[in-house]
Design a binder for this molecule. Structure first.
Ligand code: NAD
Length: 486
């Protein structure tokens, strides 16, 4: 079982710790040192087959477990997580490079999500429906059986845990596949749950997306698939699930606009632009980062001066150091991708206002200075493609209709953030934006229990709320004909 100090790990299937069927492994690399800190099994179809078998065997008795008992077990797991919080945070910091502020917040958030969904257990219920005399019609909600849950690299423990909370509470057994670069804390979750949840109720398979994830998506005995990750993989998941007509939900990428109206206080708006990027928690590797700022020309100069002042004060360095604001990006290929976008911004004619380089004195690790581009125009790649790193693209505007067109003119529609004290501007803009979540004067923190989901290519379905819990059930209608005496 993996800890912050062990060097190898096994998959957790049916209550047992096992290697990949063919013995293959993947290295876990600390992105701050580029050193190998462990190995995880490189699972494939044979391992997925075994995990789905274990989940199928466990599903019926888990579904039959009264919901208050399931809720109690999820709360026990939340408590166990809190009791091991620091070790879990250190593990994600080592494996994913998250600064401790971010990894500690993630662990606390994961425990809170388990408790939130445990508290909703009695809401998994049906209706009675009006009928003619002599009939009773009602609906009941039933779990699917086995749920495949695939999560990305950016908040490893938070997603591994929080995204299993609803399917488990709804009475499903889960096969979880974490991202190949950041699998250690999902395996640690399994270790913490080992003597709390019955064998086979939570299984963790590790491996690459095309080998392990795709086999889970395609498996005929997994009728419900929930995926969090990028748009291209979301498309692959949707088509992989088509053969068996599965219920699929997708939480995908974002290129989220923050809109600054002329009446906004420039200092507060600039602080929110930095907070909403999630730089200090995940270096901007966050689906909900407000990575595009659309600022009115009337406040642009003051806003940019404040923004650059705040960014200049951010410290990039060892994510274990409490003085660090930004750690490294999570892995080499992602670092290359993000720095490729910095080059694209320059090539396309945006003005590099700050950052864009490896910080002085950090010769190893996937570090990048927080970066701000100005004069960004809609056709540029950095204006409409998700970068998923510490890069802010600033565009100015004068005309509100044109600004809305730019804000909505991307394939994504996850979140948006409107900065104004004018009530009419706030309401009008929130209504016009194509996004699943609109903040007014937001700083990027979503209250627990509020629905989260994308419009357009940002996703299908809603998570983090009752709707997510119910999405792990299917509704069955029962119509009873009563025998009258006559
Ligand atoms: P990714 O799509 O590359 O991978 C996500 C997961 O899918 C990983 O576990 C990966 O192994 C797996 N995978 C890859 N190919 C697969 C396939 N063919 N079949 C099945 N599974 C496969 O995403 P990433 O780079 O890990 O994460 C970054 C992306 O996730 C960004 O686009 C970000 O916006 C998005 N994201 C969205 C949300 C949200 O809630 N909307 C939250 C976090 C991250």
């Amino acid at each position: 079982m993996p800890t912050a100090t062990t060097t190898d790990a096994h998959m957790f299937i049916g209550g047992e710790w096992i290697d990949a069927a063919d013995g293959a492994t993947l290295a876990s690399i600390d992105p701050s040192t580029e050193e190998v800190i462990g190995e995880v099994p490189a699972g494939g179809p044979a391992d997925v087959e075994r995990a789905v078998g274990a989940a199928t065997a466990a599903a019926a008795s888990w579904a039959a477990t009264p919901w208050p008992d399931r809720a109690r077990l999820l709360r026990d797991l939340a408590e166990r997580i809190r009791n091991n919080a620091e070790e879990l945070a250190q593990l994600d910091t080592a494996d994913a490079g998250l600064p401790l502020l971010g990894s500690r917040g993630d662990v606390a958030g994961a425990a809170a999500e388990l408790e939130f969904f445990a508290g909703l257990g009695s809401e998994v219920k049906g209706d009675t429906l009006p009928t003619s005399a002599g009939q009773v019609a009602m609906t009941a909600r039933e779990p699917y059986g086995v749920v495949g849950r695939i999560v990305p690299f950016n908040h490893p423990f938070k997603f591994a845990t929080g995204k299993c909370a609803a399917p488990l509470m709804a009475g499903n057994a889960v096969v979880l596949k974490p991202a190949e670069h950041t699998s250690l804390s999902a395996l640690r979750l399994a270790a913490l749950a080992e003597d709390i949840l019955p064998p086979g109720v939570l299984n963790v398979v590790t491996g690459t997306g095309p080998e392990c994830g795709a086999a889970l998506v395609a498996h005929p005995a997994v009728p419900r698939v929930a995926f969090t990750g990028s748009v291209p993989t979301g498309r692959a998941v949707l088509s992989g699930a088509a053969q068996h007509i599965k219920h699929v939900t997708l939480e995908l990428g974002g290129k989220n606009p923050m809109i600054v109206f002329p009446d906004a206080d420039p200092r507060r708006a600039a602080r929110a632009a930095v907070a909403g990027m999630n730089l200090r928690r995940s270096m901007g590797q966050s689906c909900q980062s407000n990575s595009r700022v659309l600022v009115h020309t009337g406040v642009k100069d003051a806003f940019l001066a404040e923004l650059l002042d705040i960014v200049a004060g951010l410290r990039v360095g060892d994510p274990r150091d409490s003085g660090t604001d930004l750690g490294p990006l999570a892995f080499r290929a992602h670092y290359d991708r993000v720095t490729g976008y910095v080059a694209a911004g320059r090539e396309d004619g945006a003005t590099l206002l700050t950052g864009g380089r490896r910080p002085n004195g950090l010769r190893r690790g996937f570090y990048l200075e927080p970066t701000v581009f100005g004069d960004v125009r809609p056709g540029m790649r950095i204006a409409h493609e998700e970068i998923f790193g510490p890069v802010i693209a600033v565009t100015d505007w004068v005309d509100e209709d044109e600004m809305i067109e730019v804000a909505n003119g991307v394939e994504y529609g996850l979140t948006a953030n409107v900065w104004t004290d004018d009530l009419s501007s706030a309401h009008r803009t929130a209504r016009r934006l194509q996004a699943g979540l609109v903040w007014v004067n937001g700083e990027g923190r979503k209250p627990l229990g509020t629905p989260f989901g994308g419009f357009k290519h940002s996703g299908l379905g809603t998570e983090g709320s009752l709707e997510e819990l119910l999405s792990y059930t299917r509704s069955k209608t029962v119509v009873i004909n009563l025998h009258d005496d006559d």
